[in-house]
Design a protein around this ligand. Structure first.
Ligand code: FE2
Length: 396
């Protein structure tokens, strides 16, 4: 049977013109048992469309690991390192993940208590909540009415020592039914987005770049982003913005001297935009919470200096300045019409191009709403590639 590809069901909040290329549902193929030919086709589709949905799938943890690994055959360990989530107790990621004992690259995530699950006798899962991460929170009264927030916009990546995974696979096993919620931005814009309960929200990094004004595109292609060492431990005492798109600058980050042992050579500095290996498009890929510094190169020879920002280059180390610039560049792309909130059904498998999108957990469950998902991504065998010299000339 030939592979069939159809558009993803967009919610009425979405601007269809911005999703012409983004996301596809794939039919007529079993993602757990792909032939080499089929896999090649799927891989190409993923890089072209950034997110692929398969419905009614049956996928063992072993099959999920094999599928994820096929995108980067020499990758081995989970994106944050195998079994690391228990040892780095101070990390903001610690409560969110439980490892499947048989296949440590696959994590069990969700909400509520799950019994006798793939070798785990009892797993207590907690859906991450903005109430423990954001500086401000939705009042309990509003929360009872179904108001919620984006938790944390991110790329799946350790951002220290390990390279950002190419692909993440998310497999919904138990999906609680419940009323829609309203995700409120609470940043003074009045923006809000109706969302299915417990959605995973995606935005395109390509769109994030494409909608920038000329002077910020020029900055984007010239900038490298330096992440803090052990960024999830570093940011743990700090609080996020109400949109979940970065951290409030209050001086609360852990001083580098108090972090677990680290080496400069293992810190990560990535281009601000990453080049799609199939389409050649540029995707704005920054995990704003973990960023410590921005290094802007001077304009290349021949580029016009008129209206240019940082024409001579810059090294921004002031966290407030760094974060304000990033927010200005990233916030337009999380506007309600540009967000795809996936409406999960049981046995949905979503593959997303982790080097081409940003995503976030959304919403709040009650304790008795049990949700169980398997998630897999693998620290990549290489770092992402930035814009070519030609790209820089074109956009600078
Ligand atoms: Fe994630």
């Amino acid at each position: 049977m030939a592979i069939e590809v159809v558009a993803l069901p967009l919610p009425s909040s979405a601007d269809p013109s911005k999703f012409a290329d983004f996301g596809r549902e794939v039919k007529g193929v079993d993602p757990g048992q792909l032939t080499d030919e089929q896999f090649k086709e799927i891989q190409e589709l993923l890089y072209k469309h950034d997110a692929l949905l398969f419905r009614n799938t049956n996928l063992t943890p072993e099959q999920q690991y094999a599928l994820t690994k096929a995108f980067d055959p020499s990758s081995e360990s989970y994106g944050h390192g195998n079994n690391k989530t228990g040892s780095e107790k101070k990390s903001v990621l610690h409560p969110d993940l439980k490892t499947i004992p048989r296949v440590p690259q696959v994590q069990l995530i969700g909400n509520g208590t799950v019994y006798n699950h793939e070798g785990l006798a009892e797993a207590m899962l907690k859906h991450p909540s903005h109430t423990t991460f954001h500086k401000t929170r939705v009042s309990e009264e509003d929360e009872a009415k179904g108001i919620t927030r984006f938790y944390r916009w991110h790329i799946d990546a350790a951002l220290y020592d390990l390279s950002p995974p190419k692909v993440t696979t998310l497999y919904g096993l138990t999906v609680p039914k419940g009323a829609q919620q309203v995700c409120r931005y609470d940043d003074g814009t009045g923006d809000e987005l109706p969302v299915p309960l417990g959605t995973t929200a995606f935005v395109s990094g390509k769109t994030m770049f494409d909608i920038l004004p000329k002077e910020l595109k020029s900055v984007a292609v010239r900038t490298s982003v330096k992440y803090a060492p052990h960024p999830y431990v570093w940011m743990a005492p700090a609080h996020a913005l109400p949109t979940g798109l970065g951290i409030e600058t209050e001086g609360l980050e852990l001083p580098y001297s108090e972090l677990p042992a680290w080496e400069e050579a293992r810190t990560k500095t990535f281009p601000m935009v990453w080049k799609n290996p199939v389409t050649g498009n540029l995707h704005f890929q920054v995990h704003p919470c973990g960023v410590a510094e921005l290094i802007v190169s001077p304009l290349p020879d021949g580029a016009s200096k008129e209206g240019a920002l940082f024409p001579e280059g810059a090294h921004l180390k002031d966290l407030k300045e760094v974060r304000e610039l990033l927010y200005k560049m990233q916030r337009p792309a999380i506007a309600p019409p540009l967000v795809y909130p996936h409406d999960w059904h049981e046995k949905d498998l979503v593959l997303f191009h982790n080097r081409g999108v940003l995503h976030t957990v959304v919403g709040a469950f009650t304790k008795d709403q049990v949700r169980a998902f398997h998630q897999c991504n693998l620290a990549a065998s290489d770092d992402p590639t930035g814009p070519t010299a030609e790209d820089v000339l074109k956009w600078a």
